[in-house]
Ligand binder design. Structure first.
Ligand SMILES: O=C(O)CCC(=O)C(=O)O
Length: 415
């Protein structure tokens, strides 16, 4: 049996089971009951504490010894120092993965991408009157949040995995009411993102860490625009294997986080090193013990343009609202071990609820083949990655493939 893009049988279940919980993701409204002066003082105090926290976190991040260029040793294995540092910390910063040519390609493509976003929540057209990104797509794509808000913390969204609301700084009076901060299923909207997904070093790392038969998870663009980008409250990503008898530190896979403009403590993701090794964690209790959402041992991902961080999905992580003048655009690309996914029930956080059987995995994994081919067309002299599950099979990247990938993220392998 083959599973087809995009009409997965699980869509009905997704609409029934998951949509209602998404609708309940209403941000809690900030109370304006306190006197304005008191609010201002609070903001100033917290910004001074925040600056100290960020400086301390950045210093600790550089002390971890988990950054450097991609290095392979014989037979496609990742350099043992990288493997050790990744498993010790739960993240690693690969420096300089995207070179200047590729970064220019991605930036140009993303300019076009942004011009195709809907004009406001619910709009079906972009500012030029064209059908906007996400129009006609059944899967979740464009997510909106209020400027500098925390859309997820303290809500039931995504199985309640963001238990604590982050501080919501006051946005400027002329800030937009709402901004796009995530676009899911991004490979169907951006050829440059598809080409980046086929990067041989990234796929080589996925094979080295998750096995040659690794599978996709999902892909997304995180947009943290200067002075308005919302936060993503502390959470860990996995929902399926916490109680599995053979659970380990890699059971819920990892996300690559490719940085187009780099990222800083102010606009980037923060990680609590080592938490990917812990089965049980109470984020609410950690925040209560810290007295604020500034978790004391957390460190920021600090990246230059072209760096790609890898973050274990089991590690506690999150990002603060972006009050800085610097934009962040992250290409998220997640991968799993096949054994962690096979015959599990999709969580519905990404993609439809349904059994992640061989057929669904095979269909979803075709994105890797198309990405390798799309990349080869653009960078013909680069050694292309050979993806073991598709060995001997050629997937043409052409107009037929392009129409086939509409709604591909209904099949995301979400565990
Ligand atoms: O990019 C961010 O701000 C958050 C990313 C994240 O939480 C994730 O990839 O799970």
């Amino acid at each position: 049996m083959t599973t087809q893009f995009p009409k997965d049988p699980g869509i009905a279940a997704w609409v029934l089971l998951v949509l209602p919980t998404l609708r309940s993701e209403r941000p809690r409204m900030v109370s304006f009951a306190r006197p304005v002066l008191a609010l201002r003082q609070l903001a100033m105090e917290s910004s001074a504490e925040m600056r100290t926290y960020m400086a301390d976190g950045e210093r600790r991040a550089y002390e971890l010894g988990n950054r450097g260029p991609v290095r392979f040793v014989g037979n496609g294995a990742l350099h043992p120092d990288i493997v050790e540092a990744y498993w010790r910390c739960g993240f690693y910063v690969f420096e300089g993965v995207f070179g200047a040519e590729e970064l220019a390609d991605i930036e140009a493509d993303l300019l076009d991408f942004r011009s195709r976003l809907p004009t406001h929540r619910g709009a079906e057209t972009d500012s030029q009157g064209r059908p906007a990104i996400g129009t006609g797509i059944q899967a979740r794509t464009v997510a909106w949040g209020k400027s500098l808000s925390d859309p997820l913390g303290g809500t039931r969204a995504s199985h309640g995995r963001h238990p604590v609301k982050m501080h919501e700084p006051q946005a400027a009076a002329d800030a937009p009411e709402e901004v796009v901060y995530v676009v899911l299923g991004s490979l169907q909207f951006s050829d440059a993102c598809l080409r980046a997904y086929g990067h041989p070093d990234l796929l080589g790392i996925a094979a080295a860490l998750n096995g040659d038969d690794f599978t996709p998870f999902n892909e997304a663009l995180f947009l943290k625009d200067p002075h308005v980008g919302p936060s993503v409250a502390w959470h860990r990503d996995g929902v399926t294997h916490w109680q599995s008898p053979n659970w380990d530190q890699g059971s819920h896979g990892f996300n690559f986080m490719g940085q187009v403009f780099g990222c800083t403590p102010e606009n980037g993701v923060w990680v609590l090193p080592g938490t990917h090794k812990q089965r049980d964690i109470d984020i609410g209790a950690m925040v209560a013990a810290a007295g604020s959402e500034r978790l004391p041992q957390a460190v920021p991902l600090v990246c230059a343009p072209g760096d790609v961080a890898i973050t274990n999905r089991q590690a506690v992580h999150g990002s603060f609202a972006n009050t800085s003048p610097d934009p962040r655009v992250t290409l998220n690309m997640g991968f799993h071990r096949r054994s962690a996914v096979l015959d599990q029930t999709g969580s519905g956080i990404h993609g439809s609820v349904g059994t992640l059987d061989d057929a669904r995995i095979a269909t979803r994994s075709k994105m890797i083949g198309w990405a390798i081919e799309a990349r080869h067309q653009h960078y013909p002299h680069e050694q292309r990655f050979e993806y073991a599950p598709l060995r001997g099979r050629h997937l043409a990247w052409d107009d037929d493939a392009r129409s086939e990938i509409a709604d591909y993220n209904l099949l995301d392998l979400s565990i």
